[in-house]
Design a protein around this ligand. Structure first.
Ligand SMILES: Cc1cc2nc3c(=O)[nH]c(=O)nc-3n(C[C@H](O)[C@H](O)[C@H](O)COP(=O)(O)OP(=O)(O)OC[C@H]3O[C@@H](n4cnc5c(N)ncnc54)[C@H](O)[C@@H]3O)c2cc1C
Length: 570
């Protein structure tokens, strides 16, 4: 008898599995869109509205909607993973429906407001995903009498500043200096700007919030409870729900403020300037914020050589005469002259800090266009002044690397008065300044990305002796995936602890407890979200294992039925 050509049941089973995987892969995009659309229509009771807010990959506007809020060119390439669907809610019920439907069909949901996440985690993922894009929900209501504003998550900081200025010339809000940054990510991650020494972080002024939780409920401060309200003021909103709005208390700003910029290179004694800056900037009058920019540049004195330029960029909440008097005494090496100072209204100072041309009108703050660069950012905290030897070694390293610079942001003032556990943002007393590592480039090649990201890592590694330890701290809003990623597999808690301790220090444990209570199945997850507690994780693993076992039994039953049928009809 010849050798049998029939397949053994095992191989038949394997082929069936592969075929079913291939066909389900091919049908996935369509079926996700179909199921999601159907589900959301049921939740909003209108298929017309649903078709206007749900964009499948085949929709002609899909690419432009996706790209509109990509703020790092590194993640705007053909190989960047794309969402299966983008949903752009127009009202709260659309957000609620999206959460419920994404959960029902079991797909990951990324939440995007302004899209400024430095690692793009609001709009990319390695697993199939959809984006909930909040840019339409951008209403801002300013109540000057009560000094309060209700700000929807999709608003930009520029829109916030403009809306306050429209109603009052003596109120402002302490938040970031880049006007296109989104409120949803910025406020949920802390949020700081040039008023942080006087007024602290954005989250220090949040008095209420609206969030859609994992069950699709729209909650406010009272109904979400103290813990969740604490978590979404610096713990990152995306681990806990969808922030729909924040209610914030406005701060007073004087009618006249002063800005200035003074720069010196190493040949002009920048090292002495930086040494003195470290003594003054975190301790001076809390109305004065003096950011220090350090950049490797081409020397104008020594031909063909590189040097480092140190620039002090400042905001003083008061007049020029006063700040000149303060700095003549405290910071003589700066040599600040009144002619270098620009007195202006607070809103004009916002425009000046935003790097707009002289004379630009405040309505420029409403412009959402942004030309995205290729970029990489990292962060550190400095708790002891860096010595002269230390600085000289750093300059050498910066010059050797060529392009990566630093932004030193001084703390002190209000930042040291607020206890480290008042909000999840823990970097308060004891920190002299925060470092941002910064490198931008234009070359789209993979080699350029590798070169510049490696540069930033190399500088970060060089800085180890000068920065905080145990943990080496980082700022959540300066997202940096180099410090740890979660794959939400077996060691999810341990993985989360690595980056969680850096971002939140000892507040991490409370965040884990809150996460476990409000989202035990970890629907709201991303590469660096808060994991659920390990005890709950092992219970979930057991469940997963038992459901895998159920799937195996189901598949075997199908196979037996198939074989049975095959024999009947052969
Ligand atoms: C040019 C530039 C300038 C910056 N300047 C400053 C600065 O001066 N000060 C400062 O503190 N930071 C600054 N940042 C960092 C910035 O604060 C963070 O990147 C912030 O998270 C951006 O918020 P977003 O809504 O624009 O970003 P997104 O990319 O939309 O979101 C960032 C994170 O928040 C989550 N998220 C967004 N919206 C929601 C929501 N509605 N509910 C729940 N989760 C949400 C996202 O899923 C993601 O995890 C700057 C960034 C850039 C690119």
């Amino acid at each position: 008898m010849g050798k049998s050509t029939s397949l053994s049941p095992f191989y038949l089973y394997l082929i069936l599995i592969i075929l079913s995987q291939v066909s389900s892969f091919l049908a996935a995009d369509d079926s996700v869109y179909g199921s999601f659309f159907h589900c959301l229509t049921n939740h909003t009771n209108s298929s017309d509205q649903t078709s206007n807010i749900v964009f499948a990959q085949t929709n002609s506007s899909f690419s432009s909607v996706l790209r509109s809020y990509i703020r790092n060119a590194r993640f705007n390439t053909t190989s960047t993973p794309k969402p299966l669907i983008i949903v752009t809610p127009l009202q709260e019920s659309h957000v609620q429906g999206t959460v419920i439907c994404a959960k029902t069909i079991g797909i990951q949901m990324k939440i995007r407001s302004g899209g400024h996440d430095y690692e793009g985690i609001s709009y990319i993922s390695d697993e199939p995903f959809i984006i909930l894009d909040m840019f339409n929900l951008r209403k801002i209501t300013v109540d000057v009498q009560n000094e309060v504003a209700v700000i929807q998550a999709g608003a930009t900081l520029g829109e916030v500043y403009y809306s306050i200025w429209e109603k009052s010339k003596v109120h402002g809000f302490p938040a970031g200096v880049c006007p296109t940054v989104g409120v949803g990510g910025h406020l949920s991650g802390g949020g700081y700007g040039n008023m942080l020494r006087k007024h602290g972080l954005s989250v220090d002024h949040v008095i209420d919030a609206q969030i859609v939780d994992v069950n699709g409920r729209l909650l406010d401060k009272e109904s979400m409870g103290e813990d969740l309200f604490w978590a979404i003021r610096g713990g990152g909103g995306a681990s806990f729900g969808v922030i729909v709005s924040y209610t914030v208390k406005l701060v007073p700003v004087p009618e006249t403020v002063t800005v200035f910029r003074v720069g010196k290179t190493l040949e002009e004694n920048a090292t002495d300037l930086v040494l003195q800056w470290q003594q003054v900037a975190p301790h001076t009058d809390d109305r004065l914020f003096m950011r220090l920019l350090l950049q490797p540049v081409t020397s104008k004195v020594k031909k063909g050589q590189k040097t480092v330029r140190a620039s002090v960029v400042a905001l003083f909440l008061g007049g020029a005469d006063e700040v000149v008097t303060i700095l003549e005494k405290e910071f003589p090496l700066l040599g600040l002259k009144k002619e270098t100072c620009i007195e202006s209204s607070w809103i004009e100072s916002v425009i000046w800090w935003g790097d707009f041309d002289n004379g630009t009108r405040p309505n420029a703050l409403l412009d959402r266009n942004y030309s995205a660069k290729f970029l990489k950012r990292k962060s550190d905290y400095v708790q002891n002044p860096i010595s002269r030897d230390g600085l000289e070694g750093i300059w050498k390293k910066m010059i050797e690397l060529g392009k990566t610079g630093f932004v030193f942001n001084p703390y002190g003032g209000k930042m040291w008065e607020i206890p480290a556990d008042t909000t999840p943002f823990p970097h308060r007393a004891g920190n002299l300044f925060k470092i941002q590592y910064s490198v931008n480039w234009d070359d789209p090649s993979a080699e350029a990305t590798k070169n510049f990201t490696t540069q930033a890592s190399s500088l970060y590694s060089y800085m180890t002796p000068f920065v905080s330890k145990n943990p080496r701290s980082s700022y959540l809003n300066y997202r940096d995936l180099d410090i740890g990623i979660n794959d939400f597999a077996k060691n999810s808690y341990e993985q989360g602890e690595v980056y969680g301790a850096k971002y939140f220090n000892s507040n991490f444990d409370r965040l884990v407890k809150i996460k476990t209570a409000v989202d035990p199945e970890n629907f709201f997850r991303n590469e660096q979200s808060i994991p659920v507690s390990p005890r709950l994780q092992s219970a979930a693993e057991n469940l997963l294992q038992s459901s895998l076992f159920q799937k195996l039994v189901l598949s075997l039953t199908c196979l037996l039925a198939f074989l049975n049928n095959a024999m009947l009809y052969s």
